[in-house]
Design a protein around this ligand. Sequence first.
Ligand code: GUN
Ligand code: ZN
Length: 446
Amino acid sequence: MSSQDISAFRARILHFTDVPDPATGRGVDYYEDGVLLVEHGRVKSIASVETMIEQGFDLAQCQYFPEHLLMPGFIDSHIHYAQTDVIASYGEQLLDWLNDYTFPTELQFADKGFAAQAADQFLKLLLENGTTSAMVYTTVFAQSTEAFFKAAAKRNLRMIAGKVMMDRNAPETLLDTPETSERDCRALIEGWHHTKRLHYALTPRFAPTSSPVQLKITGQLYRDYPGLYMQTHLSENPQEIAWVKSLYPDATDYLDVYDRFGLLGQRSIFGHGLHLSDREVARLAQTQSGIAFCPTSNLFLGSGLLDVQRLEDAGVRLSIATDVGGGTSFSLLRTLAEAYKVLQLQGQNLHPLKGLYMATLGNARALQLDAYVGNFAPGKEADFILLDLAPTLLQQNRQQKTTDLNETLFALMMLGDEQNIARTYVMGKLAFRRSSRAQGDLQWME
Ligand code: GUN
Ligand code: ZN
């Protein structure tokens, strides 16, 4: 174990091996004092300090973080890299919000330099929030997708992304055509799909902004290239749903528009899915298509409350997502806190173990990335975070009163945000560090 390529991290460690059962602890792998060994950027092993000592391991080799909780990096299943500047835009619901704020902002990505800078800024924000993988919408401009992949490749991140396809019902300057979108998608897929840690997702924005011809081409591309993903929006807002009905009068319902063009399946992730019929829910389950639950966005845009229990009971694959800039935070911790409240309003519940599972292994599974990331199974890529459980006076106060792991994690989930992310590692390498505990910079005058 003396090889220079091995690094050892000692801390409290939590990860998941399966859907957690809070009653029995099944699926939860927790070490009050554990060691994570990383070799060539991959997990070599994880064990308690006692086990490591028994095996003759010299603990002095460890980087030791006695105050921190070490977890797999967070995964965000639906986010728009071009919408960082749209966050917190006042007072609209979906369709007006798109027209008044989002489309003008995305127009700026016609500029190559702007797109490159925004991609870098976006990845910095992800890392600051402990997010190491995401499924990302870029913009209609292929060069913005290019800029995103370039920036993600430079930081060696595992990312899924694609060029937004939209050929109608948006400002002229933001539209592609079926032909240009096919050409651009093929070039991007051939240039970036399965390059380094990158994957391509076909990204028709949503049914209203794609003609039937464009959706047909999307379906053809989906069949042409193995391992592609497909992402789009579904059933987010009542006006949007009525609009889809008028644009696609022959379709049975909103989901059927996508279904007709072969866009459902295990690698398809639909954002929102708030107002679905029983038929749509059953069809999502039948095709193993996924829904990205975006609580901060659903609340901010007044879109609705996702009935998680209904989808889970039907067997629909669920993931958790920020949906920045409809969403109001890059933090998966904040997102889980809002998810908890959305469920509370419906008499449902989100256990902290389930929430943290969703943000890590659950999302890895939902995005079919669990062969690479999501937990500390040996051989997986070592993307992980060190969480400070008490970066603020409030959290310090609350955490001093917690008596077991579940309570500690619940307080983290409800009160936490990017201030809790002390460090983020990508394939075993430090990629972000918060310089000091925020509280250390605060002063109270008597
Ligand atoms: N539907 C179509 N485009 C968008 C988008 O950019 N954000 C959200 N939340 N919904 C959409
Ligand atoms: Zn979205």
